[in-house]
Design a protein around this ligand. Structure first.
Ligand code: EPZ
Length: 418
């Protein structure tokens, strides 16, 4: 077990490189097993535990996998195993993409139900609705999804809720279905578009990703390709918020400014200066911020995955801020931890009412999930005194080398064994 020790109070200065997007990479890696010809070589893969977990799942299925720095080579040409039932599959959320990928390629799969961050009930009914509409039979037995189809046939599917996972999963299976599939009320997140682009590089014919309707013209087979994952908009947002909260001047490199617009707009409302420049963005902050109201929404709205870091920032912003979490019903576990540092926050259902305090003070706090972990790090970086952040295995699932990146910006942060 490890923890982070952080002496707060330093302003942040310098440059930080953003890694490949976690939520794109964790879908693209399972999608690569759909290539029955040639291997996939995927670049800009983030060095995070969720990716390591996927590597182990690929190997347990029988794929040849070579990982070097930020590149992963996946050769699944000889793959025949359609059972993904391991501890790793049960541990992470994105393992559910093996259902769509295996169903598309082999017409069957047995995949253990996924795990992931405890941020609320996380049903997969919309994934199943989509697979069934394509002609698959689905049962859930002994904690696994068992799915099979004589053949998959394209159809029109209207999702009841906007779901990133269901959009991507059904899109995977539909690339190898007969005829045309039309997905309506889909998620428009940049990672949905990235997965569609990856599938098209493999020979699929997916159109409309990034809009409300995705049209998939089924093809007979997919082949390996070379691809590079988009930058992580949530990692970028985390460093933007940290700089805003601590004060300082940081250039955030290797990003797509368009993907950060909702976060930039909100930070500017707090009084921060944001200057986009090509594939980087500069954040300049005095550290004196004013409170704002935030409501999380599907893209292009303010991302739920940055709500927790933003709540940490608002703890020291002048006046009252109202944070409304509209995607997950239990994504305020970080609030109790923030209170240990002197924050004045009250949670009522899916709303947090934050009254800005002069300063936070260092404390022993816990990362209860991935983004709660990022919130704790940001709170500790701006707090007066020393904090210990425990539960950092959650942070390691999604943030590559967080302590090294913050150290480069002048933070006093170190990782120690517990
Ligand atoms: C993805 O989760 C991300 N995870 C989450 O990121 C992110 O918070 C979420 O999308 C929303 O942007 C990955 O990409 C691996 P959803 P996902 O399906 O796909 C309801 C992070 O911190 N719903 O878009 O599981 C659901 O309950 C993580 O990086 C159904 O009702 O989320 C939720 O209220 C955490 N039925 C809403 O839709 C379904 O079948 C959105 O969920 C599916 C979802």
């Amino acid at each position: 077990m490890e923890k982070l020790i952080i002496n707060g109070g330093n302003k942040l200065y310098g440059e930080v490189d953003i890694s490949g997007a976690k939520n794109a990479a964790v879908a693209i890696i399972p999608a690569a097993i759909m290539a029955s010809d040639k291997k996939c070589i995927i670049d800009n893969i983030p060095d995070i535990e969720d990716v390591h977990c996927l590597e182990r799942i690929l190997k347990s299925l029988g794929c040849n996998v070579i990982k070097e720095k930020n590149t992963i080579e996946i050769d699944s040409t000889n793959l025949t195993n359609t059972n993904a039932c391991t501890e790793d599959v049960r541990r992470m959320r994105a393992s559910y993409y093996f259902i769509g990928a295996l169903l598309g390629r082999f017409g069957k799969a047995r995949v253990d139900l996924p795990g992931g961050c405890p941020i609320g009930v996380r049903p997969i009914d919309q994934h199943i609705k989509g697979f069934e509409a394509l002609g698959a039979d689905v049962v859930i037995e002994h904690g696994a999804v068992i799915i099979k189809a004589d053949k998959l046939v394209g159809t029109k599917i209207f999702f009841d809720v906007v779901s990133v996972g269901a959009t991507i999963n059904v899109m995977l299976a539909a690339t190898l279905a007969e005829g045309v599939t039309v997905l309506e009320n889909v998620a428009k997140e940049p990672h949905v578009v990235d997965v569609a682009n990856f599938l098209n590089s493999m020979g699929a014919n997916v159109k409309g990703a990034g809009t409300d309707v995705i049209k998939i013209f089924g093809v007979k087979k997919l082949k390996g390709c070379n691809y590079s994952v988009i930058p992580d908009q949530i990692e970028a947002g985390t460093y933007m918020i940290a700089t805003s909260a601590c004060g300082g001047e940081v250039t955030i490199k290797n990003i797509i400014p368009k993907h950060l617009e909702s976060m930039s707009a909100k930070l500017m409302e707090t009084g921060v200066k944001i200057i986009p420049n090509g594939d980087s963005i500069k954040v300049i902050s005095s550290g004196n911020l004013k409170g704002v109201n935030v409501k999380t929404l599907p893209y292009p709205g303010f991302p739920t995955d940055i709500q927790q870091p933003m709540t940490a920032l608002l703890c020291v912003a002048k006046g009252r801020s109202i944070v409304n979490e509209s995607i997950w019903e239990n994504r305020f576990k970080h609030v109790d931890e923030l209170k240990k540092m002197g924050a004045a926050v009250k949670v009522e259902g899916k709303t947090a009412i934050v009254d800005g305090v002069q300063k936070l003070t260092g404390a022993v706090v816990k990362a209860t999930d991935l983004r709660a972990g990022a919130a704790m790090v940001i709170a500790a970086l701006m707090a007066f005194g020393t904090s210990e952040v425990e539960g950092i295995e959650h942070i390691d699932r999604g943030y590559p080398h967080i302590e090294d990146k913050f150290k480069m910006l002048g933070a006093d942060i170190k990782r120690v064994k517990k």
